[in-house]
Design a protein around this ligand. Structure first.
Ligand code: PLP
Length: 494
């Protein structure tokens, strides 16, 4: 490991700019603009007569607006910022080997919707994993695409999702020759990965693009022990959340494409359709900075990340009854901790971790998923493992069979396409009366945000029971008009 990297997160070089301790601005045009603009604001050199309305004053709404400057009119002039943005996005495209890249301030949510709007025509079919994030489902609604669902493999011991098999996608493409694209999520929320090169071949043989939601793994491809990222594996489109696993600001995301099967102008139109016209300078600059950091030190940072996760896995696997997901088909930088064998209630363990100041990304009855990133250290990961192990000891009980979230095991019965259902007249009915009717709404335990019910799908007794179980165990039921699950919104009968 280089001497420079052992400084993270220790003291910077004595001559370094404390606002840019690793000197990234020389290779990051948006970061450079943000640093210059906020420095001018801090020394009172600006009298902005444009948005934002706080005018760089911190005596009204206070510190909450510190560092906020718009991309247009802050990072650079309204007329010139596009040039900096295009430069920064071109640098990212080069780093990931893509032809097209855009920085989003609306997360992979917006990226998924961009890519859905970039393919096909309303009414056309698309092959889509049913293990999809709700943002892509709403992308299908926006674009009017009719999903042909494909289901991932499931691990019989844990009930957790693996990847979608290439043969499953090939069969779907053969049965639906007019489908316009294949949409997959890889790695899955639990870090399982599939044969993306095989999927790319299958999609390309059918003449359609492969589009991959890689929201959770922006670091893929930056170390030889990590799987290649989707674009390198042959995908035509990929979205990833810079904010989830890179040191970028919340909401920052990257959308990539290889043009050919996807059209550059259509991609731009799709991206702009639902993006704000006022992107935050700090978010876009932080994506630029994260890209510059990966370009400079990505391999060493990912080497350390891999070491941290491997150490954590070894440590946690020593706790009797606790298991971690590992092995081929698993992103080696992902830490997924299984608790059923120790009989500890994951919701209680999550509460202990929150009380210790260690919020995790997912805690359900049987599983804890922390996000470990290049910003973690031996110390943060060791403290997390110790706190988790102590909580498991306190909460220990008889080993039980895991009862996975219903999100992983949805077997959808699509009655009408999601877009049709979204706009259809609907009514609210008691839960039991909803069984057998067509859902007007999207209902998802969150995390992971995979719809158990999607608009247009039949409300089955199994789905209702599974949602009730998830709620009774302490899970958050998101997006339902009635999160108590007492009533559901269903399509009005003709
Ligand atoms: C698989 C997947 N895709 C997309 C998203 C949306 O990402 P963002 O929060 O960056 O909008 C999420 C969020 O959790 C996700 O899990």
């Amino acid at each position: 490991m280089s001497g420079r990297l052992t400084l993270v997160p220790g003291p910077a070089h004595p001559l370094a700019d404390p606002r840019d301790p690793l000197g990234l601005r020389a290779d990051a045009p948006l970061l450079d603009g943000w640093l210059a603009s906020t420095e001018a604001a801090d020394r009172g050199a600006l009298t902005p007569m444009c948005t934002p309305g706080h005018k760089q004053r911190h005596d009204l709404t206070g510190a909450v607006v510190a560092g906020d400057t718009p991309l247009y009119g802050g990072v650079d002039t309204i007329k010139h910022a596009d040039t900096l943005l295009a430069d920064a996005e071109a640098r990212a495209a080069r780093l990931w080997g893509a032809d097209w890249c855009r920085f989003s301030v609306a997360g992979s949510t917006h990226g998924n919707q961009t890519l859905a709007l970039a393919v096909g025509t309303p009414g056309q079919e698309a092959i889509v994993t049913r293990c999809l994030h709700r943002s892509l489902l709403l992308g299908l609604v926006l674009a009017g695409l009719r999903p042909v669902w494909v289901l991932p493999e499931r691990d019989t011991d844990t009930g957790l999702p693996g990847a979608v098999a290439v043969q499953t996608v090939r069969s779907a493409l053969a049965a639906h020759p007019r489908a316009c694209a294949v949409f997959l999520g890889d790695p899955s929320y639990v870090g399982t990965t599939g044969d993306l090169a095989g999927h790319a071949d299958a999609a390309h043989e059918a003449g359609v693009p492969l589009i991959v939601d890689a929201a959770w793994a922006a670091y893929l491809g930056f170390h030889p022990d990590l799987p290649p990222h989707a674009i390198a594996a042959g995908a035509d489109g990929m979205v990833t959340s810079a904010h989830k696993t890179l040191p970028a600001a919340t909401q920052g995301a990257l959308v990539f494409a290889r043009t050919g099967l996807l059209d550059r102008a259509r991609l731009d139109r799709a991206f702009e359709a639902t993006h704000t016209t006022s992107p935050a300078g700090a978010i876009t600059a932080s994506v630029d900075a994260a890209r510059a950091l990966l370009a400079k030190d990505g391999k060493q940072l990912c080497a350390r990340l891999l070491r941290l996760v491997a150490t954590a896995k070894r440590r946690l696997a020593q706790v009797p009854g606790v298991a971690v997901l590992d092995g081929p088909g698993m992103d080696p930088a992902k830490l997924v901790v299984l608790l059923a064998g120790a009989g500890a209630d994951g919701y209680a363990v999550e509460a202990d971790l929150i009380a210790a100041g260690m919020p995790v990304e997912l805690g359900d009855r049987d599983m804890i998923i922390p996000i470990v990133t290049v910003a973690d250290t031996e110390d943060t990961v060791a403290r997390f493992c110790d706190t988790l192990a102590a909580s498991v000891e306190r909460r220990r009980g008889p080993a039980r069979r895991p009862e996975p979230s219903p999100a992983w095991s949805v077997v959808p019965q699509m009655a009408i396409p999601p877009r049709e259902a979204f706009f259809a007249p609907n009514q609210t009915v008691p839960a039991d009366a909803a069984v057998g009717r067509i859902s007007a709404e999207l209902v998802a335990p969150y995390p992971p945000g995979i719809p158990v019910l999607a608009p247009g799908e039949v409300v089955t007794a199994d789905a209702l029971a599974a949602l009730r179980t998830a709620k009774a165990q302490g899970g958050r039921i998101a997006y339902a008009a009635d999160p108590s699950l007492a009533t559901f919104q269903v399509i009005t009968r003709a």
